[in-house]
Write a protein that binds this ligand. Sequence first.
Ligand code: DC
Length: 228
Amino acid sequence: MERVKKISVAIDGPSGAGKSTLARAAAKKMNFIYVDTGAIYRTAALHILRRGAEPGDGAAVAALLPEIGVTIAYDEAGEQRMFLNGEDVTDRLRTQEVSMAASSAAACPAVRAFLLDMQRELAAKNSVIMDGRDIGTVVLPGADVKIYLTASCEARAKRRWLELQGRGLPGDLEQLLRETRERDARDEGRAAAPLRPAEDAVLLDTTEMNFQESLDRMIQIIRGRTGL
Ligand code: DC
């Protein structure tokens, strides 16, 4: 039977903390929809890059918003697919170029306002585990569960490096560490919805945990707060 009350779980934290992998696995286990809001920002950023605009130029970026149509769909496997003006761009969103552009564009208040409603609508219609930077603080301040997932900068850069290696894309660990710090500083330091834990968030630091330990702890927190 369909659950009547929709449950929302907000997972925030810095890039590379394992939010998407953990949230996706937890959603599968709990039978919730997983919403990767970073992919929504990345889709908008891809358009900005394609148009040759500077992602950090708020006025230029705001001027492009009317021509950006971002939609989200789920395939048979339950995987989130991102569409930019009807084109499936899911496989184009994970480059370092798009990562940096998304972080810059996300500092623009007009971009955040533009993407807010679609995130709230998804949570109104479905039980969700939604990950991002401002889910517990801005997007879903009334979420049933809020988790702030983090790990040290070094651990996060190392994980990204291993992930790239696994995909046959050798990265430079020092450069990844620099970029991780740079993105943290920008995500935490921006005026619009800066990255920070919601007051009622449970802190989950995975620096010393492996994937399974982190997942078990996440599920335990969700079950503890929702009684599911
Ligand atoms: O989670 P991610 O690395 O895919 O996110 C890409 C960028 O988008 C990130 O640097 C910050 C921004 N972002 C945001 O500001 N708010 C969100 N809810 C999700 C992502």
